[in-house]
Design a protein around this ligand. Structure first.
Ligand SMILES: *[C@@H]1O[C@H](CO)[C@@H](O)[C@H](O)[C@H]1NC(C)=O
Ligand SMILES: *[C@@H]1O[C@H](CO)[C@@H](O)[C@H](O)[C@H]1NC(C)=O
Ligand SMILES: *[C@@H]1O[C@H](CO)[C@@H](O)[C@H](O)[C@H]1NC(C)=O
Ligand SMILES: *[C@@H]1O[C@H](CO)[C@@H](O)[C@H](O)[C@H]1NC(C)=O
Ligand SMILES: *[C@@H]1O[C@H](CO)[C@@H](O)[C@H](O)[C@H]1NC(C)=O
Length: 270
């Protein structure tokens, strides 16, 4: 009996330690806005931000993982937008939002405006209006660095990827007012899985513009690399040679149509 108590005590304290030393994922990225002011501890803004965090983590709505909320009155109003990745379910979404709140509290304390990108969700808040406004900055990028980071054939890979990205950007932007998400797979000398997503408060045109900027950045940062993410406030882009998507029901196979072969030269066959 005594041993059992001791065991339970140890188990409980291990669990407790585990909870209180919550980890920030290594692929978490953030930007604390240095040009938009700080708030002080226990100020009205602090209270509004905390109310917003608790409303967000306890929200019963799902709406394809899109949240926008405002708490308080100007100049202490806090506005937030959160978006979960389109292939994830409500449980992953909730737990991602929770850990992203924690990560932002740790890494951007006292900033009135900040954005945090986790693998499965993005969370941004500000004292200014952000709903319906397309923003491509600040941004961040992540790319694959292991021993498979080089494509088998860079030219093939790049052509197939460009083709896939173009297809996805058109489809994501056309996604309507609820869900601007598209995912696909193409096969050249390798498989490439990709996804794109905009916050659905953007118009089709604004979403397309956000993804176009992201695609340019992706090409500049990740040409000749087998996996890449571009993280922007209003939209996200990612491709990998590994299957990184959880829900395949939305994944469209985009057959790669290589350019027409050149016409046979007159000397051919001689
Ligand atoms: C806000 O606070 C951070 C430290 O918490 C500091 O580095 C930064 O300079 C401050 N920004 C302004 C505008 O006061
Ligand atoms: C904020 O309030 C808490 C609890 O009321 C208190 O412990 C803390 O010292 C306060 N911090 C500041 C900077 O006033
Ligand atoms: C949210 O995270 C906190 C730790 O930061 C944890 O104690 C709590 O259980 C989490 N809630 C959910 C719903 O995941
Ligand atoms: C790449 O590295 C991993 C371990 O880091 C190893 O298991 C794997 O065999 C390597 N693959 C190739 C193609 O070298
Ligand atoms: C994307 O590719 C699919 C599959 O080939 C095709 O049906 C669809 O029309 C393409 N969409 C665009 C916008 O290119």
């Amino acid at each position: 009996m005594r041993f059992l108590k001791l065991f339970l005590l140890l188990l409980f304290s291990a669990f407790h330690i585990n909870l209180s030393s919550a980890q920030i994922a290594s692929d978490f990225r953030k930007s604390c806005a240095s040009n938009n002011g700080n708030f002080t501890a226990n100020s009205t803004y602090d209270a509004n931000l905390n109310r917003l965090f608790s409303q967000l983590s306890s929200s019963q709505d799902y709406n394809h993982g899109f949240y926008h909320m405002s708490v308080g009155q100007s100049p202490d109003q806090v506005n937030a937008i959160a978006l979960c990745r389109g292939d994830q379910n409500v449980d992953v979404c909730k737990s991602c939002l929770n850990s992203t709140i924690y990560a932002l509290q740790q890494t951007c304390p006292n900033y009135k405006e900040a954005i945090g990108w986790s693998e499965f969700c993005t969370l941004r808040y500000s004292n200014r209006q952000i709903y319906g406004i397309m923003e491509t900055d600040p941004y961040d990028k992540l790319w694959r660095v292991d021993n498979q980071s080089a494509p088998h054939n860079v030219n093939d890979f790049d052509r197939a990827l460009s083709f896939l990205l173009k297809n996805l950007s058109v489809r994501a932007a056309a996604g309507g007012p609820l869900f601007k998400y598209a995912a696909g797979l193409t096969v050249s000398s390798q498989r490439i899985y990709a996804m794109m997503q905009c916050t659905p408060d953007l118009s089709q045109q604004k979403c397309g513009a956000c993804l176009a900027t992201g695609s340019d950045r992706m090409r500049a940062a990740c040409y000749g690399i087998t996996g890449c993410r571009i993280l922007q406030p209003s939209c996200l882009l990612r491709y990998e040679i590994d299957l990184f998507l959880s829900d395949l029901s939305n994944v469209i196979i985009v057959p790669f149509a290589p350019p027409c072969p050149p016409p046979p030269s007159p000397t051919e066959g001689r």
